[in-house]
Ligand binder design. Structure first.
Ligand SMILES: Cc1ncc(COP(=O)(O)O)c(C=O)c1O
Length: 467
């Protein structure tokens, strides 16, 4: 029989090509609470990994742990008496639930069918996915020159079929917070559901406020905010698989619930999209909150914000670079005037740094995204030195001419079947089952293609990658 130690050694070998995120040189999607909290959370996760929150009658412990985590989340979001919520598997599930609740409430109260959700282009793709799954239509409005949702544009997009308005606090792409108070006024005027997507930032900004640091208003203290999503597995620093969704009242949450007693099996009632839910992420989120404590989170937030300020000052001193808009916390988008950000990303990777490029969209150039987390704090000076060198190197690399490939892809997509997708993936270094070493060419191509063509290519790529 294979021993536990042998298995762990094998697992560590398998992940030897992963990004070494614990080293603090990855600036996207990493939220490292430090060894003590991570160990405690992992132990709590293991302890409850096979308990199922579906069966609260079997495991009242999970009901209690969920309620205790939510109590802290609600306090951070200044939720009123009567507010309620649930833990979810993450941001996408929270957003799906909020959209379902808004849809079903509008159907019950106003008879709306074929509902619409109005959002800014900066809102997370999870809303588009939710709309796709729920049979809703997405109405996109363009953001203002500060990359914030434009209340006038959103007001103009409201129709009798609108079921929800969306505000991001902040949006992932640029880290800016939408004018939530203005959008809440609009929602009140039209009796609409306003969901505030605080998946990435609501907990961080809640701790900023509690630590006396300035943070833009976004929470339930604003009348008209119906629900807020806030992920524990992002800046709540808990292991993956833990999001939260808080509703202003039980009357609103009722529309998110689903019950079914129409089969020969057990009658079920689900407050979330998942039915069976592992107790692992719930217990781990609870443990993270306990181990870090309020002081721990405040220290993390203060040190991370100091590092963010140091990073932004260093960036301002590098010719050609600029931060887009006015980011509210420790996330921002970096643009470059005279070199390709896709090439800079590759140059940085070759120097051991992991950043994330973002494509251009109406109103924003292509850029590099930074999410600064606590384990990045000691590495800012080293990152700045390599960023300067990467920008200089990128300036010397000609931007690839992707227009022939763009024409090829567009022609091929007009005539399905005539197009050799495998050839194209090979040509840009992304052949079946293999991740490319350099991404500048593929990113330049994707950036130049219309969004729908990118969607189609990504589906083809993923359909080959997951072999
Ligand atoms: C603002 C925002 N909303 C929603 C999500 C989706 O969260 P998840 O990846 O946990 O589903 C993210 C993820 O980064 C996000 O930043």
């Amino acid at each position: 029989m294979t021993t536990k130690d042998e298995l762990l050694a094998q697992l560590r070998r398998i992940r030897s090509h992963d990004v070494p995120w614990r080293e603090g040189r990855t600036f996207a999607g990493v939220y490292d609470p430090g060894a003590a909290a991570a160990d405690a959370a992992a132990a709590a996760y293991a302890e409850f990994s096979s308990e199922n929150a579906l069966y609260v009658n079997f495991y009242p412990s999970l009901l209690q742990l969920e309620a205790e985590v939510l109590a802290r989340v609600k306090a951070l979001l200044r939720a009123p008496d009567g507010a309620c919520g649930n833990l979810t598997s993450g941001g996408t599930e929270s957003i799906l639930l909020a959209c379902k609740a808004a849809r079903d409430r509008a159907a019950a109260g106003r008879g709306v069918r074929d509902g619409e959700i109005v959002l800014a282009r900066s809102a997370h793709p999870a809303f588009h996915k939710a709309a796709h799954l729920l049979g809703l239509r997405v109405v996109i409005t363009e953001f203002d020159s500060g990359f914030r949702a434009d209340p006038d544009a959103m007001a103009a997009a409201i129709t009798p079929r609108t079921v929800m308005l969306v505000a991001s606090a902040p949006c992932y792409s640029h880290g800016v917070v939408d004018p939530v108070a203005d959008l809440a006024r609009l929602a009140r005027q039209h009796s609409l559901w306003l969901h505030v997507d605080g998946c990435v930032g609501a907990l961080f900004m809640g701790f900023m406020r509690e630590a006396g640091m300035p943070a833009p208003p976004f929470d339930f203290s604003i009348d008209g905010v119906s629900s807020i999503s806030a992920d524990l597995h992002k800046y709540g620093y808990a292991p993956k698989g833990a999001g939260s969704l808080v509703y202003r009242s039980r009357e609103l949450r009722r529309h998110a619930l689903y019950a079914n007693a129409h089969t020969s099996g057990y009658a079920l009632v689900n407050p979330t999209a998942l039915s069976s839910r592992s107790g692992g992420p719930i217990a781990a989120a609870w443990a993270t909150l306990q181990v870090l404590g309020d002081d721990g989170y405040r220290r993390i937030v203060q040190q991370t914000m100091a590092a963010t300020a140091q990073l932004r000052a260093g960036i301002a001193a590098i010719d050609g670079l600029s931060v887009l808009g006015e980011p509210a916390m420790c996330m921002f988008a970096l643009a470059c005037r005279d070199a390709s950000v896709f090439e800079i990303e590759d140059q940085m990777r070759e120097r051991g740094w992991h950043l994330q490029s973002q494509f251009s969209a109406p109103g924003t150039p292509a850029n590099l995204h930074f999410s600064i987390n606590h384990n990045n704090v000691p590495h800012v000076a080293a990152l700045l030195a390599d960023l300067r060198a990467s920008v200089e190197a990128a300036r010397k690399v000609p931007v690839p001419d992707v227009q022939p490939l763009v024409r090829l892809v567009l022609d091929a997509l007009r005539e399905p079947g005539a197009f050799d997708i495998d050839w194209l993936l090979g040509a840009v270094g992304a052949s079946s089952g293999r991740l490319p070493q350099r991404w500048a060419l593929i990113n330049t191509l994707l950036d130049a293609l219309p969004d729908a063509a990118v969607d189609a290519l990504l589906v083809e790529y993923a359909n080959r990658l997951y072999a």
